[in-house]
Design a protein around this ligand. Sequence first.
Ligand SMILES: [Zn+2]
Length: 253
Amino acid sequence: MRLEEIIKGISTIQLLYLSDSYLRDFQAVTITIQPEGKNNAYLVLNRTTFHPKAGGQPSDTGFITSPNFRIEVKKAILVDGVVVHYGKIIEGKPGTTSNERVKGEIQWNPRYKYMKRHTAAHLLDHCLTTIIGKPVETTDSWLGDQCYIGYNGDAPTNDHLREAEVIANQMITRGGNVNIENVSQEELLKRAPNAPNIYRLPHLEEYRIVTIQGCNPIPCAGTHLRDLKEIGQFTAIRLEKLASSFRVYYDIK
Ligand SMILES: [Zn+2]
């Protein structure tokens, strides 16, 4: 079944991870359930904290349970702003009725690791900007294993990358709040004119600004830590030079 058909008529759902990235379980009601064969199903809920594979972040996994069924969610897919859960039916039979009360729960360990890697990515942007002396421009990132951030332009030297790593770890040890607010486009351009991703943002009514203590504000819809301390330790693993860009492979622990 095509995903566009599953979300037909659904304009919006509530994305709970945007207001609380630490939320692990939630109550919701089903909007649609589409079985696939005997063992699998697609589900859309009125609200979810399952983060889809998007913006370099791998999909959350977990469970959706009702009195009639239990589904192991293998992936969450973003389709026109709607999250579609896909998984294996491990108990009962979901049927196709809407308005059924369910409980959702995500597997926390991988999600928390992505939150650490994502927040660390912003920290690396900040530290590279500080060392190089001009704002960096990001191209893409991957928060799964072989985690990296891509940047436009010439690669820094290995010494510069080491210096950025040292500053990042000093900031992690010191700790710092991560603050989130929603602002207009005008306010965004005023407050974050040199953000690393500013030139590749979609046009929106409202933008989410994330400010890590000690860093410039950045527009971002990702899942962040509350405090830099939670990253633990940042390690720049290697630099990969591409034609007109470069990647920094890194990790946290
Ligand atoms: Zn972010």
